[in-house]
Write a protein that binds this ligand. Structure first.
Ligand code: SF4
Ligand code: SF4
Ligand code: FES
Length: 235
C-alpha cells in the first residue's frame, strides 16, 4: 500500500518557522509507522530527525503526536490509517529538530519525586524480600518506559499557567515507590507529593490513561496517591 505522511519539520538553526512536508512510502499493511519513518530517512530524506532505538515498545524513545494523539510510532500499524497521516512532535516540550523534543524538563520533574528506594534499616543477609501480593500492589506501574506521551497529553501540563505540574509520568513513578512494601520513605514522599504542583495538580481528566502505550492505569494510580495523602493526614 502507498502511505502518505505529512510530517512537521523545523530546524531552529535554519528555519524561521515550522512547516509540514509530505512524503509517500510503499509499505506492507503490517509495517509500523516507525518503518515508514526509517524508510524516508534511509531512502528519501536523510535530514528528517526523530528518535528511535528498540523498535518494539520498550525504550520509549519514539513518542510523537500521530493524527493528534500521542503514541509510539513503533506500535502503530500503517493498516490502521486510511488517509494521510499527520506526524508531529510531542506537544508541551521544546522542539530540538523536527520530531525530536527536549526532554530535559521531563526528566528534571521525574527526578524531583525521588525515583529510588528509600531505606533506613539495613538489608537482611540476602535481599529485601517481598511477597507476590506485595509486589502486585505496584506491578502495573513498573511497565512505565518514560515515553512522556502521558505528560505531553495532559491538559494541565499543556496549560501555561499550570505547566509546573510535575505530570503523570513522574507520579506513576512516585506511586511505584510509595506502594512498594520495601520502601521506608513514605513520610517524606507523602509530604513531597502533598502539593498543588504534585499529586493535587492532577484534575482527573484521564488523557494520560487514554494514551499510555503500556496500558498503565495512570489516573487511578494518581488517585491512590491522593487517597493515601488524605488518609494519612486525617488519621
Ligand atoms: S505512564 Fe505510560 S505514557 Fe506515561 S511515560 Fe509511562 S509508559 Fe509513557
Ligand atoms: S488524569 Fe491528571 S495527570 Fe492524567 S491527564 Fe488528567 S490531569 Fe493530567
Ligand atoms: S522505538 Fe523503542 S519504544 Fe518505540
Amino acid at each position: 500500500m502507498l502511505v502518505k505522511l505529512k510530517i512537521f519539520r523545523f530546524d531552529p538553526e535554519k528555519d524561521e518557522k515550522p512547516y509540514y512536508q509530505t512524503y509517500e512510502v510503499e509499505a506492507d499493511p503490517m509495517d509500523r509507522l516507525l518503518d515508514c519513518l526509517n524508510r524516508i530517512r534511509w531512502e528519501q530524506d536523510p535530514t528528517l530527525s526523530f528518535r528511535m532505538s528498540c523498535g518494539h515498545g520498550v525504550c520509549g524513545s519514539d513518542g510523537m503526536r500521530i493524527n493528534g494523539v500521542c503514541g509510539l510510532a513503533c506500535q502503530k500499524l500503517v493498516r490502521s490509517f486510511q488517509e494521510e497521516i499527520l506526524i508531529e512532535p510531542l506537544p508541551v516540550f521544546k522542539v530540538v529538530k523536527d520530531l525530536v523534543v527536549d526532554l530535559g524538563p521531563f526528566f528534571e520533574k521525574y527526578h524531583s519525586i525521588k525515583p529510588y528506594l528509600i531505606t533506613k534499616t539495613p538489608p537482611s543477609d540476602t535481599e529485601r524480600r517481598q511477597s507476590t501480593d506485595e509486589h502486585e500492589q505496584f506491578e502495573e506501574a513498573i511497565r512505565c518506559i518514560l515515553c512522556a506521551c502521558c505528560t505531553a497529553s495532559c491538559p494541565v501540563n499543556q496549560n501555561k499557567e499550570t505547566m509546573d505540574y510535575v505530570g503523570p509520568a513522574a507520579l506513576v513513578r512516585a506511586f511505584r515507590y510509595l506502594f512498594d512494601s520495601r520502601d521506608e520513605g513514605s513520610e517524606e514522599r507523602l509530604s513531597l507529593l502533598d502539593h498543588k504542583e504534585m499529586a493535587w495538580g492532577c484534575q482527573t481528566l484521564w488523557k494520560c490513561t487514554e494514551v499510555c502505550p503500556k496500558e498503565i492505569p495512570v489516573t487511578r494510580e494518581i488517585g491512590q496517591i491522593k487517597k493515601r495523602i488524605y488518609e494519612t493526614k486525617n488519621k
